[in-house]
Design a protein around this ligand. Structure first.
Ligand SMILES: Cc1cc2nc3c(=O)[nH]c(=O)nc-3n(C[C@H](O)[C@H](O)[C@H](O)COP(=O)(O)OP(=O)(O)OC[C@H]3O[C@@H](n4cnc5c(N)ncnc54)[C@H](O)[C@@H]3O)c2cc1C
Length: 387
């Protein structure tokens, strides 16, 4: 497979890099310190068209190809993992509407999501339910006039402090089902979460829903499609964003480490000239490159609509999140005490990297999915050999 970028993709990557270097990198630690993403940054993302990245042109979006979108996630991830999570969850809502929404959902919501007039958030996780997502406890009950009453609690929802459109997964007739829920709905409230290890400016919140009246037309897909189909589509998109974001974060770790080890001297020579530092640098570079190739592979499959794209995206997310955790750890090590200070970005990458192994399906969940795929392939190959 050829992963050479086209001239358009290279130009787009350059534009994303400049945006991040000018608008994000200098301020990321301030965002984290304030535990908030400034509204102007979200506006700048919208103005640049980045919130419209995956929305079709017919609905006012940029309709980026998967590789170009991956490069955007790479750069935003390099700038701020918290901001990457906005791009991720907003895109998850767009993708769910695009694939499973009605014509009305698409014409009403996609143009608003594309301009940033609507900010989307993804509400699956609950206080008692994380990985075991099929067993969520939030419920809808039918009303006499054919609508629904929604009751339950969500937790750890990125950008729920500011989003105004929520994709909520709830049990309907004891089957996970997806609904679009607007912030203005009576009985809907959010409670900010703070004191997090990473994603400090991702404006996480708990969501409380108390007998919220939801029009039946707000259901996305059918009853029982909530987890397998709607959340499945959203999470596939989420994993793709996170995988690429991890590569960007890894690159940020490497850039900072190369600069630092080329300027800091110990024992009469630059750190970069000590072989043990070279070993870490070589490992970082190799691991980042491998993760980037897995992401490019997943992106190429996405653009082709190849069915193996879902598994390859899981593999890319699993590898890239493991990679960035190790790379960020090595980057802090190379920076020594300075790596523990906000004077350098590696402390933030280190904190955010751990989150990448937990979100969009934890790495244990990815391991289970990937192992099952491996066994299936093995059994198929064995049967073919036997015949
Ligand atoms: C910063 C941040 C942002 C987030 N944003 C969102 C969001 O926007 N929307 C949303 O819906 N959720 C969000 N989440 C929640 C996230 O998706 C969950 O944390 C994740 O699904 C794991 O669930 P859990 O934390 O409840 O862990 P649990 O499911 O309780 O698992 C705990 C540990 O046990 C492991 N484990 C669980 N089951 C098994 C098993 N069968 N075999 C082996 N190991 C197992 C897990 O891998 C994990 O390591 C966010 C979380 C964080 C930290």
């Amino acid at each position: 497979m050829d992963f050479e970028l086209t001239s358009e993709q290279k130009a787009a990557h350059q534009e994303f890099r400049m945006f991040v270097d000018q608008e994000i990198m200098p301020y990321s630690d301030q965002f984290d310190e304030a535990q908030a993403m400034p509204a102007e940054v979200v506006e700048k993302m919208a103005k640049a068209g980045y919130l419209a990245a995956v929305v079709p042109k017919a609905h006012g979006g940029l309709e980026m190809d998967a590789t170009t979108f991956g490069l955007l996630c790479h750069e935003i991830g390099r700038g701020s993992a918290s901001l990457l999570s906005l791009l991720t969850v907003h895109g998850m809502v767009c993708q769910a509407i695009l694939k499973w929404g009605s014509a009305e959902h698409k014409t009403h919501w996609l143009p608003k999501l594309a301009t940033g007039e609507a900010i989307g958030a993804f509400g699956l996780t609950e206080p008692n339910i994380g990985s075991d997502a099929r067993n969520i406890e939030t419920r809808v009950a039918p009303t006499e006039d054919g609508n629904y009453r929604l009751t339950g609690h969500k937790q750890w929802i990125s950008f729920a402090q500011v989003a105004n459109l929520f994709l909520i997964i709830a049990q309907c007739e004891d089957k996970p089902t997806a609904f679009l829920v607007e912030r203005k709905t009576e009985g809907f409230s959010t409670e900010p979460m703070s004191g997090l290890l990473g994603f400090r400016s991702a404006m996480l919140a708990k969501i409380h829903m108390d007998e919220c009246l939801i029009p039946a037309s707000n259901m996305i897909g059918r009853i029982g499609f909530g987890f397998t189909h709607v959340a499945g589509t959203a999470l596939d998109h989420g994993r793709y964003c996170i995988a690429w974001g991890c590569v960007g974060m890894g690159q940020g770790c490497l850039d900072s480490s190369l600069h630092y080890s080329g300027t800091r001297e110990q024992f009469g020579k630059f750190l970069k000239d000590h072989q043990l530092i070279q070993q870490m640098t070589a490992d970082m570079l190799t691991q980042i490159k491998a993760a980037r190739l897995l992401c490019l592979h997943a992106g190429t499959l996405k653009d082709k609509g190849d069915p193996s794209l879902i598994m390859e995206t899981s593999i890319a997310k699993y590898f890239a999140s493991n990679m960035v955790q190790k790379v960020a750890e090595q980057a802090v090590q190379i920076h020594g005490a300075n790596g523990c200070s906000t004077a350098y970005p590696v402390q933030r990458y280190y904190r955010d990297a751990k989150i990448m192994e937990i979100i969009e399906g934890s790495n244990q969940m990815q391991q289970m999915i990937i192992a099952k795929y491996g066994y299936q392939n093995f059994m198929t190959a064995s049967r073919q050999t036997a015949n």
